[in-house]
Write a protein that binds this ligand. Structure first.
Ligand code: FAD
Length: 286
């Protein structure tokens, strides 16, 4: 399908990109085009100006420090897959990103585009919320940092102002002994999740779980933390009985709607199973 007509700009600096984005109401940023271009083809979006971020190489860095992992907004799924440092610096991120789309899309799609697009079934927003990531943005009023939990508001709706650009996504540091699991169910490999669970916890000297974080993807209008399921894990030696109780708590905590892919009741049951499997794979790690 042909795209609607648009003007095109390819700025060399973030400041220039912000100025262009603020220059008219119908301007939109172009990252990998993997969500925006299909939306334009279907006339769901008709921007009059596309501001292409591809020359902004400073947004394509992956920085790893003692504070955590900083993913520039233009980092592509493929960059994450190829970065061996992330095997230890953030193995959960790597495990989750392996489920994103297909090879061709992973070569172009970006973390900033995914976070800005805010699909409730997308992996990166779910990882960001579960890991308490921060999203750094810059606009005409200056820079600010938004907690992931405050960033995602509804499907395709975020806390970003119209003139703001995401510059990076900051994931807190990952301790070496942390246990984690990522489980996703989709109809075909690379499809968006019908439901997915993000799980991690630390272990105290007695082998008991603490600092449990359990996130759900695809079962609501935004990614969420499942605090009732986390409470079933904290202070426990994680085993099948604990995982089953967390499974029940996870199912009880969500109320997904029926849609063309599945009934709400099916997804409600599915997220419990994903949490249970993720916990079992986490506790089998050491
Ligand atoms: C067939 C298919 C299957 C897919 N499957 C999956 C999947 O399983 N899981 C998944 O997570 N995704 C999936 N995707 C989406 C894919 O991951 C995209 O990479 C992702 O949605 C972001 O796209 P993009 O980086 O190309 O951004 P674009 O399409 O260029 O932009 C998306 C939106 O983000 C805005 N934007 C882009 N960059 C910024 C920025 N730095 N600051 C502010 N706003 C910005 C744009 O203006 C636009 O509104 C799939 C896509 C396709 C076509």
């Amino acid at each position: 399908m042909k795209l609607p007509a648009f003007e095109y700009a390819c700025p060399a600096t973030v400041a220039e990109a912000v100025t262009l984005l603020a220059s008219r109401d119908e301007a939109k940023l172009l990252a990998g085009g993997q969500s925006l271009v299909p939306m334009m083809a279907f006339r769901i979006a008709s921007p009059s100006l596309l501001v292409d971020l591809r020359k902004l190489s400073e947004l394509r860095r992956i920085d790893i420090t003692k504070d955590g992992v900083r993913l520039g907004a233009m980092v592509r799924w493929r960059d994450i897959e190829d970065d061996a440092r992330l095997d230890t610096a953030h193995p959960l991120l790597k495990a989750a990103i392996a489920h994103v789309a297909h090879y061709q899309i992973r070569n172009r799609g970006t973390v900033g585009g995914s976070v800005a697009h805010a699909d409730p079934a997308a992996e990166m927003p779910g990882v960001a919320v579960a890991c308490e990531a921060e999203i750094a943005v810059v606009g005409t009023a200056g820079s600010r940092v938004i907690r992931a939990d405050d960033f995602f508001i509804a499907p395709l709706v975020t806390a970003l102002a119209a003139d703001e650009i995401i510059v990076d996504i900051r994931l807190p540091a990952w301790p070496a002994q942390r246990r984690f699991g990522f489980q996703e169910f989709s109809r075909r490999r690379g499809d968006f999740a019908m439901a997915a669970a993000v799980v991690f916890y630390d272990v105290d000297d007695a082998g008991k779980a603490r600092n449990a974080h359990i996130g759900a993807i695809g079962v609501g209008d935004r990614p969420v933390r499942l605090t009732a399921a986390e409470a079933e894990v904290n202070g426990k030696l994680v085993d099948l009985a604990v995982a089953e109780r967390a499974c029940a708590a996870a199912s009880a905590a969500v109320n997904p709607q029926d849609d063309i892919h599945a009934s709400g009741a099916y997804r409600k049951s599915l997220i419990g199973t994903m949490v249970e499997r993720a916990l079992m794979s986490a506790c089998a790690q050491h």
